[in-house]
Design a protein around this ligand. Structure first.
Ligand code: DCP
Ligand code: CA
Length: 409
């Protein structure tokens, strides 16, 4: 609930993609480094070190322009699985402080530490500890803003960058925001900024003195948000993500197929994806669903409920392949899409009845594979069952490039 004494933290990692690369390769530290791609290529800057920013380089700028500004910069293509792994470790550290945690992107999150002070000391001290842990365990710096609202905490962390910490005391939000340029407010994008400047409004303080009706007339519903934010009013609470009720992965083929070894390999790969996500969330499933779309777009699903819950790739695949064979024996037609999912999810309590069973062996193997993949990428270790994929799909950044790499949930 909203009240003036809330202590909300916004934590944001500095130059995230670049920092992950620098943590892994000390040669890159304290240099102008850009993650985005080869300097001659058509891409844009994803992340720039603060040394590179001194040359006027920023995220979203074409790589060619960045190279013109700083020919000596080091350009890296980057690797998303490394960033995802660092992000998981970052969120895991935050989660040790409080379950009142809301991830707001790959490298930022809000935490509500209201009521912590009697037990854990000043919020500022807790924030320092948090920064230290991130630095020592992941090797990268984070900036933190503390305030009574998400809005002011975010503006504060931005202002503190890099490696900074800024606390805005209750009742001082408006004073804190007043001298800042209007673009400091998250709701003011480039278009709104231009329009406001056209009205002679440069600072948040000036914005706060404009009558609400004028902002509403000019910007509609956004005008109301702008007005409240300019006054430092933001009552939004922390919303921890709801656990998913089901997890699924599917892919559409470039060419419709009935090639069984290939379908099996894809199904295995998708089962591994689903299993990995289940284990990452510390959960198990009791229901497995197979989805097929035939060449004529006719779509079917088949599911089976298990006697015991599982989070093993092999167990998911095992059910999936039986459902696939069953479905194809009813209708043998070229397949356009295949998918596999799990539902009836429960927490990952250890099941004693499983000890020494084949399920236990499968699960032990999954844990070993997960560890390797979280470090070196998905294709760093592969199961024999997915080998046919190697000939069909190129790999990039440690993963297969399926036709629909952004598999659906
Ligand atoms: N990102 C991207 N393309 C963009 C902006 C960001 O790919 N146009 C990616 C790369 C960033 C990451 O998201 O490292 C986090 O985005 P941020 O906006 O937080 O930027 P940084 O973490 O790089 O820098 P800062 O220190 O300003 O937070
Ligand atoms: Ca960041």
């Amino acid at each position: 609930m909203y009240h003036k004494g809330r202590r909300i933290l916004h934590v944001d990692l500095d130059a995230f993609f670049v920092s992950v690369e620098q943590a892994l390769n000390p040669v890159l530290r304290e240099k102008p480094v850009i993650v985005g791609g080869e300097p001659g290529s058509r891409g844009v800057v994803a992340s720039a070190s603060y040394e590179a920013r001194a040359y006027g380089i920023y995220a979203g700028m074409p790589l060619k322009a960045a190279q013109r500004l700083c020919p000596g910069a080091i350009f890296l293509k980057g690797s998303f699985h490394r960033y995802r792994a660092a992000s998981s470790r970052f969120m895991a550290i935050l989660a040790e402080f409080t379950p009142q945690l809301e991830p707001a992107g790959i490298d930022e999150a809000y935490l509500d530490l209201t009521g912590f002070e009697p037990l854990y000391g000043a919020t500022l001290e807790t924030a320092l500890l948090l920064q230290q842990r991130i630095k020592s365990e992941i090797g990268i710096t984070a900036s933190v803003g503390i305030a009574s609202s998400k809005l002011v905490a975010k503006v504060a962390s931005n202002l503190a960058k890099p490696d900074g910490l800024l606390e805005v005391q209750p009742e001082e939000e408006r004073l804190f925001l007043a001298p800042l340029p209007i673009a400091s407010l998250p709701c003011v994008g480039p278009k709104t900024e231009r329009a406001l400047k056209g009205m002679g409004i440069i600072t948040v303080g000036q914005l706060a003195s404009v009558p609400a009706s004028i902002l509403k007339d000019n910007f509609g519903a956004l005008g109301q948000v702008i007005y409240r934010y300019a006054m430092g009013i933001d009552q939004r609470g922390i919303e921890p993500p709801q656990a998913a009720k089901s997890i699924s992965r599917e892919t559409t083929f470039i060419e419709d197929t009935l090639d069984m070894p290939f379908l099996k390999a894809v199904l295995h790969y998708l089962s591994e994806r689903v299993g990995t996500e289940l284990r990452r969330g510390g959960r198990r499933a009791r229901c497995v669903t197979l989805k097929l779309k035939y060449a004529d777009f006719d779509s079917i699903t088949r599911n089976r409920t298990l006697r015991e819950s599982t989070n093993s790739d092999e167990a998911i695949f095992d059910v999936g392949i039986k459902l696939l064979e069953g479905a194809l024996s009813q209708r043998r037609q070229l397949v356009r899409l295949i998918g596999i999912g799990v539902s009836s999810l429960i927490g990952d309590e250890r099941q004693l009845s499983l000890l020494n069973s084949s399920m236990e062996r499968w699960e032990r193997l999954d844990r070993v594979i997960d560890r390797i993949r979280s470090r070196y990428g998905f294709t760093a270790i592969q199961r024999g069952q997915t080998l046919p994929l190697k000939e069909v799909f190129p790999t990039e950044n440690g993963d297969y490039m399926l036709k629909t790499p952004s598999l659906s949930h």
